[in-house]
Design a protein around this ligand. Sequence first.
Ligand code: AP5
Length: 254
Amino acid sequence: MYSIGNRVEWLQGPGANCAKTGPVAPRPWHLVLLGPPGVGKGTQAEKIIGEFGACHLSTGDVFRYAARDTSGQAPSPAMATALAAMKRGELVSDNTVVELVRERAGCLACQYGFLLDGFPRTLEQAHALNGILASVERKLDAAINYFAPEPLIIERLSGRRVCKQCRTGYHVANKPPRVAGRCDACGGELFQRDDDKPEAIRTRLQAYAATCNPVLEYYRRQGLLREIEASGDPEAVFAHTRAVIEKLDPVARR
Ligand code: AP5
């Protein structure tokens, strides 16, 4: 069982040093997780890490970290624009997101491997990722695309709650905390993300629909795309995910 690293370098940018103390998997994975908002990418990422190792690198987490920065410093103009777009459920500009990932290229070269979640979201970002990976001499093993019917996705997003302190995720019906409104792990208060409110959910789903197909096609043409139906419960979806990863490299089976 592998544990999730502290991802300090990913969240704070270059200059911050991750505590790299956990065991390194015999086979570091380099995976992209694709799929609509709320389909369960983050939920599957936690399970993949536990079984196969790798660091969960979510671009959304970088923005959320910047949004709650307690240093008292105002965000840069580019970051302020990005955070406003995110709150409305819109995509952040390609330039901003690509620059943010490029600055963190060291995380993609890390010995633990990576699960990129939320990037790339556009064809431009997919091309940029290709270049960034080449610059650190890494190659993708696969792009795993999760899909599910839209009503189910809306139900997952609108019921999601997150701990203000430790960021553990819950769902009011599918994964409720033991005490309503309180985190099981640390007792922190649970809240609803701004972009999980109805208007922003609609905008996010529209943004996804407008940009996803060229990205899927890009990875399909390279033979990297793997598709997983994500309607089942998290364990059932993970059974499919595990089978897909093991098939990528049977030697890596633990
Ligand atoms: P980001 O943070 O990437 O959000 P997202 O893609 O919208 O995905 P989510 O994190 O909302 O959902 P998820 O698929 O991880 O689902 P989860 O596992 O939490 O991006 C946020 C914003 O940042 C974007 O809108 C944009 O503004 C900006 N941004 C980020 N990257 C960008 C980029 N590259 N370009 C431009 N802009 C970018 O699950 C959801 C809920 O469902 C949870 O409550 C969970 O418990 C529950 N659940 C999960 N799986 C199951 C299951 N199998 N059964 C039942 N319940 C389940």
